[in-house]
Design a protein around this ligand. Sequence first.
Ligand SMILES: [Zn+2]
Length: 131
Amino acid sequence: MLKTKKEKSLLQIFKHYKKKYNLDTRIEFDNEGLICHYSLKIDFIEFGYGKIQELYNTGQLRNRIVGKLKKIFVFCLLHEIKHAIDKNLLIEEAKKIDFLRYNEDRKYHDNCIPEKRADRFARKELRKWGL
Ligand SMILES: [Zn+2]
């Protein structure tokens, strides 16, 4: 299947970190997808553009990152990549997270240590990609 230009550039970024950090992580892009997350159990990034678009449109990302949608997509990708890099650390940290709240309460989610760390990484790495 032919990949879109957007997807090709995101894939290129993903491959850079996959190589750099020697990750086994797999990724799947989903144009309509309403899920955007890293699954620790299967070392897999599910990248749903729909979810990011929704968070962007409703202003829920504004306290974490501002910019055009293209920048936001890369930010979200870098964020998920950081979770994959931190895989071993997350196994321990996950024990302290209340996943019911994590899934329902955006503010709680954004303030969890792994989330803040992933955001920090993403903001810093954006510059490397000229964003
Ligand atoms: Zn996250």
